[in-house]
Design a protein around this ligand. Sequence first.
Ligand SMILES: CCC[C@H]1O[C@@H](n2cnc3c(N)ncnc32)[C@H](O)[C@@H]1O
Length: 482
Amino acid sequence: MELKNKKLSRDEFLKIREEVLNQWPTGRDVDLEEAAQYLKSVPDYKNFCVKLKKAKDEGITLAQPRAGVALVDAHIELLKYLQNEGGADLLPSTIDSYTRQNRYSECEVGIEESKKAGRSMLNGFPAVNYGVKECRRVYESLELPLQARHGTPDSRLLSEIIHASGWTSNEGGGISYNIPYAKSVSVEKSLTDWQYCDRLVGIYEEMGIHINREPFGPLTGTLVPPSMSNAVAIIEGLLAAEQGVKNLTLGYGQCGNLIQDVAAIRALVEQAEEYFKEYGYDIELTTVFHQWMGGFPADESKAFGVICTGSAAAALAGATKVIVKTPHEAVGIPTKEANAAGIKATKQTLNLLRGQRLPLSKELKDEIELIKAETKCIIDEVLKLGKGDIAVGTVKAFEAGVLDIPFAPSRYNAGKMLPARDNNGAVRYLEFGNVPMNKEIRDYNRKLLEERAKYEGRDVSFQMVVDDIFAVGRGVLIGRPE
Ligand SMILES: CCC[C@H]1O[C@@H](n2cnc3c(N)ncnc32)[C@H](O)[C@@H]1O
C-alpha cells in the first residue's frame, strides 16, 4: 500500500497537480501564485476562518443553508436572496451530482439543457465546468464567506478551482465523501485524493492564507451512532492536520435525543482537542451541527418543527454553526423562498436561545463519557491496524469492519453494524458487527435496548431499526410498534 499519513512534499504535490489541472479545460486557468494573490485580497468579513473564530469567541451559533443551481446568474440570485432575505451567516455552493463523480461532460449537457428549459436541470452548481472566472463572479457578488459543499471522492480539481476563486472553505474528506456517496471508490484512493485537497490548503496556509476545512459529519445521516461519526470526524481531522490544515470544523448530524446530541458535540470537541494535542497539531477547532439528516415529514409545518428542534439542540450544545434544512426537504431541491424560511426559523430559535447551554447534568456527563469511551475503542483499533499510521489503519479498519457506517452504499463498507434507538430515543448499537467495543460498553448498549423492548412488549430486533428509520417522517422520534 502506497498510502501513508505523511505530509506530501511540495514536489510530490506539484507532480500530482499537473495531472489534476488537466482533468478538464478549466483547470488550465488555475495558477497557484495568482490564486494566492487573489485569496490575499479576501477581506476578513468574507473569510470563513475569521467568521467562525468570531462566532466561537462570542459563543454564538451561525446559520448556514445548502443551495446550488445550474446557471451562474440564477445561482448568484439564489445566494443573494438567502443572504439578504434569509439572513444566512455563511453561504454554500452545493455542487451537483455529476461534478461529484467527475462527470464534467454531463455537466456541460446539464448546463445547456438548463439554458433551454429556463430552469435548473442539475441538482447543484457545476463549479468545475464554470472555472475560476465564473466562480470568482459568484464570490464577488456576495457579502458573506463562501464554501463548497458536495460529496466528491475525488475533489482535487474542484478544490483547486473553488479556492482560487476566493471560496475559503471546502467540505468533505476521504471517508465522509466516499463511503456515504460512492459505491466503488476504494478507501485508499479517496484518502489519497483528499490528502491532496488538504495539502493544497496547507500550501495556502504556508503563504499566510487561512482556509477552513470541514469533514462531513453526518455520513449516511441514518441513525449513525455518535461514537462512529465522531471517530470518523477525528480521523479526518488528523489526516487534514498532517497535510498542514490549521482551521477545522468537525461535524455531527442530529440524532434526536437532546442529551445525546449535546453530548456528541461536547465529546467531539474534547476528544478532538486531546488527539490534536497528542499529535502536536495546532488547530483552530470549531463545530458544526447538522439539522436532522433523515427522512422529513412532507407537511411543511411539521418540517419546521424538525428544523427548530435541530436549531435548539445546536444552540444548547454550543455548536459554532448549524446547517439548515428547509420545509421542502421531503420533496426535493427547495425554492429560494422555502430555503430562506428554513434559515429564518433557525435564526429565530438560535436568537431566543442565545447564551443558553444545556447544564452539565449527571445524564449529560455520563453520555459524554460513554461517547468518548466508544470513540476511543474505535480509534485505538484503527491505529493498531495501521501500526500507528492512521491512514493505513483506516483502510484496514474498513476491510475489517472496525469502521462501519450504517446504510452506506460503498462496497468497501462492511455494513454489519446496526443501530437502533433506546427507550429515550438515543441511538445505540443493536448489532456491533466487528466494531470493537469492550464488554462493558456492549452490555450497556444491549441493556438500554432491552429496556425499550420490555416497554414495547417485543424483542430487540431489526424491526426496531426499520421503525426508527421512518419515525421522524411520520411525526415521532422512536419507531414504536403499531
Ligand atoms: C448531505 C446533504 C443532503 C442535503 O442537502 C440538500 N441539498 C442537496 N442539494 C441541494 C441544493 N441544490 N439546494 C439545497 N439543498 C440541497 C438536501 O435537501 C439534503 O437536505
